[in-house]
Design a protein around this ligand. Sequence first.
Ligand SMILES: Cc1ncc(COP(=O)(O)O)c(C=O)c1O
Length: 415
Amino acid sequence: MIESTEARYTPAQTRATKQSPDFISAIATELQSMKAAKIEQSESSKSVRIARPFNNEQIEQRVLSILRSGRLVQGKTVEEFERSLSEYIGCRNVVCVNSGTAALHLAFMALKTEEPEKTEVITTPLSFAATANAVIHAGCKPVFVDVDSKTFNIDASLIQQKINSSTLALEPVDVYGLPADLKEIADLAATNHIPVVEDAAEAIGATSDGKKIGTISTLSCFSTYATKNIHTGEGGFVTTQDDHLASLIRLFRNQGQVSRYNQTVLGYNFRMLELCAAIGLEQVPVLDELNRKRRENALYLKERLQKIDSIDFQRVSDPKSHSWYLFTLTLDPQRAKLSRDSFVAKLKGHGIEADIAWPTPIHLQPYFRETFGCKKGDFPVAEALAERIFQLPIQPFLERDDLDRVLDAISEILQ
Ligand SMILES: Cc1ncc(COP(=O)(O)O)c(C=O)c1O
């Protein structure tokens, strides 16, 4: 955890108005100030960390005042967080919930309410388990389609053949923060009269064809889990331009109650904590700057790693369209003369928090093999990628020294 920096530097928000150009440059200064203040870190944070929470005086003040207010759940701060996200994304409805998984679950529940007989959702096997779990929780079955070997996103050209009269929705994932082929997917959805539930858990701040993620699909579902670009510990939200779907999601979020103790449908407790909203709220105005720093870090590493023939990268045609939640590369074990897993283990030995997301595609998880009869060979591109993919740290609080440590470790391991 970052220690309170309250006494050591003046937070940017006290020096400039939110959203103003001054504010953005003040955030850059704030990042510098945090460095200058030599914020004390725990033992584990001496490694080059893949994620690190944002904190400032305003967050601490907000959290404290919520604790003192006596209202801890789903109150004014959650509403303010929703308004702030709605303004930032440019979408009329934002509904906060207590995880990205809950956001997806309720998106499918809302669509199911309209078309209860439909039971299939077309999605990618190269994602986090929640992408498919939420489909199942809503009483549907995930129908997987293989991915593109360059972008690692769902291969849109394979979707049409899986669409039938049972298809409830298409569920592309903006994998690692790189938007899926949303234009082609929207066209397919329109031709077949089916909605798109975008798993945008990793893509806050990303864009596609100049449009913000969260404004394109029928429903877009975001996560604000502890490591995400905006993080609240646990949390998530749904965006939609459709008022009816938004009102259904609000209903499901709070036990199906239209008003206090007046329940019309079977709902859930997916309410967000005020404390979580307070943490997230302060990050919205600085998100673009933090994402810019992530991009800068990724491009710095990429430029220097390009010469290594055993390493390749997720193909990103426009670096500004990516949220850079995770900087994802592949290792060719033959050329490296080293398996991906040993390589990542060695990086960790050098104090570099590299990661593997995800070592097993969803369809090869034992639960999916047993429940849906999935097997090795079903989605060869996803399976091959899952054996080579890894991530390097690019989070916005890293300094050049940290990035150079990553590069030094890689050249030592692959020499
Ligand atoms: C692609 C993807 N989908 C869904 C989720 C689920 O979000 P949460 O962990 O907030 O439930 C995540 C988060 O880890 C994710 O990365």
